[in-house]
Design a protein around this ligand. Structure first.
Ligand SMILES: C[S@@+](CC[C@H](N)C(=O)[O-])C[C@H]1O[C@@H](n2cnc3c(N)ncnc32)[C@H](O)[C@@H]1O
Length: 436
């Protein structure tokens, strides 16, 4: 039969990708006898041409192989079929019932050959990687959902071994090393002073990332299981990750789109949502009286500049403009919090151009107090001293104590008498609490 007696099916519902097509061409070239045992099932059109209901791709391959003639028995006609039957066959001919037994295939066949024959071999390596990743998460989950309690004093010592060990587990899980911000953010240079208001781009080494263990401890102490948590100045992935990983819902507002995209990617599969907007607009995204825990680590004025955006709190020329942003954002955020709930703000003081402290933590207390949330605890978080030691000598010429702590301000909204009924009892072992 002349191949020109056949034409491609004008309404064929199947497509074939290039590499698969090449494999099909090769397959027919290597093993043409198969065409005889499995002919193309065709019907005749008005002009007397045959077109395949089953075997359209093989016809395409025969054309590619420049066949002029083919044996008659490579074609089987099904002209007697009704239109419905023809349609049914077209689909059924392409459906594969049953599944491959990959173990048997791998043991008894040659995998390369199988792939040459057009079989899609699943990538078991990737599956193994996914499995390892899942194991890692499950293992971390067991470690991290235990009753981890640090001594509940007003000082949190992040230098302790138990703290650092736990931080490692979280860091391996979260994998946000600050690279999204390194090379972009600016910090005050080491010789920053009132005359030379100079900044330098931060390296990966400098970028500050929230401590995941701090996030965990605050959630344990001042929130409860399965609660709704939020942060109007979300920044890095850490708090949202920790909170949602522990089973809470999290909503983060953040001004920089790239950070939002990065965080969303990192927290895929968890109950965390990141919204790119100005913190001032928190009420556009979160309803009043709907949240159980407010957490935030806002910019420390211009200590680190996060962007050049005009509404970036860290990008304000005047301290009063920066405070005004915090004022509106936190006043609105407090409205989102239910009654009898806590808010934790992680903050550090910054010096003015003359070298005096601006009293930023106090100003935050004023904002919260003006909105009905009084200061309930002040926790000092001791940081790893590390590189601070290097600059200590130079700083101390002007008698500035190098700062090795941050403040965690804990505010309460409502009636403190309710605390013991709303918040679960935490067992604190005597010997642990004397560790500090
Ligand atoms: C100190 S960081 C968040 C804390 C986190 N520990 C960190 O270092 O990324 C403050 C975040 O607030 C964001 N931000 C600044 N001004 C904002 C505004 N008006 N609305 C929302 N986010 C803002 C910055 O982009 C930055 O990511």
């Amino acid at each position: 039969m002349k191949l020109s007696k056949l034409k491609l099916n004008p309404s064929n519902p199947r497509i074939i990708k290039d590499d698969k097509f090449k494999k099909l061409v090769k397959s027919i070239k290597d093993f043409p006898e198969m065409m005889e045992k499995r002919p193309m099932v065709c019907v005749t059109d008005a002009d007397g041409k045959f077109y395949p209901l089953g075997g359209n791709m093989r016809l395409k391959a025969l054309i590619e192989l420049k066949y002029k003639e083919i044996p008659d028995n490579w074609v089987m006609l099904a002209d007697e079929w009704t239109e419905e039957k023809r349609q049914e066959f077209t689909i059924k001919d392409n459906v594969s019932f049953g599944e491959f037994d990959w173990d048997t295939l791998a043991n008894e066949w040659n995998v390369e050959e199988l792939s040459d024959w057009g079989l899609d071999i699943p990538n078991f390596e990737i599956d193994e990687e996914t499995e390892q990743e899942e194991d890692k998460i499950a293992e971390a989950h067991t470690k991290l959902t235990d009753k981890f309690i640090v001594p509940p004093f007003s000082i949190l010592d992040t230098k302790q071994g138990y703290w650092q060990e736990r931080k490692k587990v979280w860091k391996n899980l979260i994998l946000d090393d600050g690279s999204k911000r390194a090379g972009k953010l600016a910090k005050r240079t080491e010789n920053w002073n009132e005359e030379s208001d100079t900044y330098e781009i931060m390296s990966l080494f400098d970028v500050s990332i929230l401590d995941p263990v701090l996030s965990e401890v605050l959630l344990k102490w001042f929130a409860f299981e399965n609660c709704k948590t939020f942060d109007p100045f979300a920044g890095d992935t850490v708090f949202g990750y920790v909170s949602s990983f522990l089973g809470n819902e999290f909503t983060g507002i953040e001004l920089r789109q790239e950070q939002v995209d990065f965080n969303a990617e990192k927290t895929k599969g968890l109950n965390a949502k990141y919204i790119c907007d100005d913190a001032l607009n928190v009420l556009n995204h979160i309803s009043e009286n709907s949240q159980d825990f407010l957490f935030s680590c806002p910019p420390y004025f211009d200590l680190e500049k996060y962007s050049q955006l005009p509404n970036d709190a860290s990008n304000q020329k005047e301290y009063k403009d920066f405070l005004q942003i915090l004022n509106v954002a936190f006043s609105n955020a407090i409205k989102c919090l239910k009654e009898n709930r806590f808010a934790c703000i992680v903050i550090g003081d910054v010096r003015d151009k003359k070298g005096y402290y601006r009293r930023l933590p106090h100003h935050i207390c004023d904002i919260f107090e003006a909105n009905g949330m009084k200061l309930y605890n002040e926790i000092i978080m001791l940081e790893m001293i590390g590189r601070k030691a290097l600059t200590a000598n130079r700083n101390f010429i002007t008698r500035k104590n190098p700062k090795v702590h941050q403040n965690v301000l804990v505010f309460y909204k409502g009636d403190p008498k309710q605390i013991k009924t709303i918040y679960p009892k935490i067992e604190i072992q005597e010997d642990e609490s004397t560790d500090v």
